[in-house]
Design a protein around this ligand. Structure first.
Ligand code: UTP
Length: 476
């Protein structure tokens, strides 16, 4: 641990002496706390980041050869693809049964848009039962384990800010039926908030203002936490990656996993047809033969709006942030304990201590937070694979309380999917004039996680009678 003298010299050279402003008022423990935070920062690198990302607004360079990325379509194109998909499904199932797959959920975000007090995963999302996002995933993982005759390990990435609350939630709820050793929490790294003048901000006299370093932090955190080593010990080769705010996602997807393996992909992705040129999804693109995702805000309008001769969008493929990662890929990316992904700048209102030690809550953005994104690992892979998914069965992000990508839209999608599964299994679902289910129904993921499960459950238990206006949970 550095001495005061060392810190003072280092910070003066970096133009960050303000961070020691309250040093003389700190207790020994507080001084130690601040020193540990400062020692974790490479100030040479920080100065470069400040010059590149804070004092100027970085622009994402759009390569001249940028084109849309190829993908495996939902409906097979020809007989060869029919055969390939059948082989992929068999291979995916084999890998699942052989215990080669674990689940990985990123849950370290701050969920600012949702405005919910607590980790986002603890939000009561299920439309009828009010099960939390974490419970919904946990039960899906248990059911998937039964289905494939294995016990999946579930890696959950938290941040320093929500780790304790997340773990407590699992303990209080007895891991929702999972064995405690099936759940592995790990913590992502942090980045300091930087004021527009290039100075790092203090959140308290003994603490920088730190925030999670983005879901790109997953890769290094997997190594540093020992998660990669555990996967290797358990013979796990593939991580099924999804976000904590999307309860519609299948926790494991045999066709996706099988294609990943058959294509020798290192990192794979699900794509969805965008609803329009400017839908707020990353765009799958190809440049120099490498797959990359360009954020919706960075794709120039003329590209976003360009069309094929048949009128369809050229850049039709949007990313719902559903991936597969090969363990060996994450191992090679993070070999040596470091990984450089590009940073993305976000302008935020960050509370800070002023010169007098008073906490100021700004009314306009005053600082930059830097985050890295997991999809920036795609161009680092030699081999990648993109597969089309069905939006109604895979993607219901819970970003806002109401409106687009909200609690409301997510619940409506969960309900619509469950109603469709029940109908396909022969259950009569009353519908409104405009075709929506006229009852509030929910299938417990503990009972069924796909159409085949629902059909089997209905056969076993008999078809339930669903009346208009009812609120029902099918849990067997
Ligand atoms: P979002 O980018 O939607 O961020 O994260 P968020 O924190 O959930 O919500 P806002 O933007 O503050 O409203 C997408 C996924 O990535 C995870 C989130 O938990 C979510 O599952 N994430 C995000 C992390 O795990 N760590 C991060 O640093 C950022």
């Amino acid at each position: 641990m550095s001495s005061y003298q060392e810190l003072s010299t280092r910070l003066a050279a970096a133009g960050q002496s303000q961070l020691l402003r309250f040093w003389s008022q700190l207790t020994a423990a507080q001084q130690e706390h601040l020193t540990a935070q400062l020692d974790a920062i490479d100030f040479d690198e920080m100065q470069r980041l400040i010059a590149d990302y804070v004092l100027q607004k970085p622009r994402t360079a759009i390569p001249g050869d940028l084109g849309p990325a190829p993908y495996f379509p939902l409906t097979p194109r020809d007989a060869a693809q029919v055969e390939l998909y059948a082989r992929a499904e068999a291979e995916g199932e084999r890998l699942l049964r052989a215990g080669k797959v674990s689940c990985l959920t990123v849950a370290g975000g701050q969920g600012t848009r949702l405005g919910f007090d607590g980790p986002k995963g603890t939000y009561p999302i299920a439309p009828v039962s009010g099960k939390s996002l974490f419970q919904y995933f946990a039960e899906s993982i248990i059911r998937a384990g039964e289905k494939y005759g294995t016990r999946f390990t579930w890696y959950i990435m938290t941040s320093l800010l929500n780790r304790e609350a997340t773990e407590r939630f699992f303990v209080e709820h007895h891991y929702f039926g999972l064995e405690p050793e099936q759940v592995v929490f790990f913590t992502q790294g942090t980045m300091p908030a930087i004021g527009y003048d290039g100075k790092l901000l203090l959140a308290a006299p003994d603490s920088l203002s730190l925030s999670p370093d983005g879901h790109g932090g997953t890769l290094l955190a997997l190594r540093k936490s020992g998660a990669l080593a555990r996967m290797a010990r358990e013979g796990v080769e593939i991580l099924s990656y999804f976000q904590v705010d999307n309860p519609l996602v299948p926790v494991v997807n045999p066709r996706f996993i099988g294609l990943h393996a058959l294509e020798h992909s290192q990192m794979s992705a699900i794509m969805l047809d965008k609803t329009g040129p400017f839908e707020k999804l990353g765009n799958f693109c190809l440049s120099g033969g490498r797959l990359q995702i360009i954020e919706y805000s960075d794709l120039p309008a003329e590209l976003a709006e360009s069309r094929n001769p048949d009128g369809s969008l050229r850049f039709i493929a949007g990313s719902p942030a559903i991936h597969l990662l090969s363990r060996s890929f994450v191992e090679s990316l993070t070999a040596g304990g470091s990984l450089k992904l590009p940073w993305h700048r976000a302008d935020k209102k960050v509370p800070y201590l002023d010169e007098a030690g008073k906490l100021v809550t700004p009314e306009a953005p005053n600082a930059v937070k830097l985050e890295s994104f997991i999809f920036d690992a795609l161009p680092l892979a030699e081999r990648t694979m993109v597969m089309e998914g069905e939006r109604e069965k895979m993607f219901a992000p819970t970003k806002n309380p109401t409106g687009v990508d909200s609690v409301e839209s997510c619940r409506a999608m969960l309900l619509a999917r469950d109603a469709a599964w029940l109908e396909a299994a022969g259950v009569k679902i009353p519908r409104t004039a405009d075709g929506r289910p006229a009852a509030e129904i929910e299938i417990s993921p503990r009972l069924a996680i796909d159409a085949a499960d629902v059909a089997a459950a209905v056969k076993r238990l008999g078809a339930p009678v669903v009346r208009a206006g009812e609120r029902l949970v099918f849990h067997g």
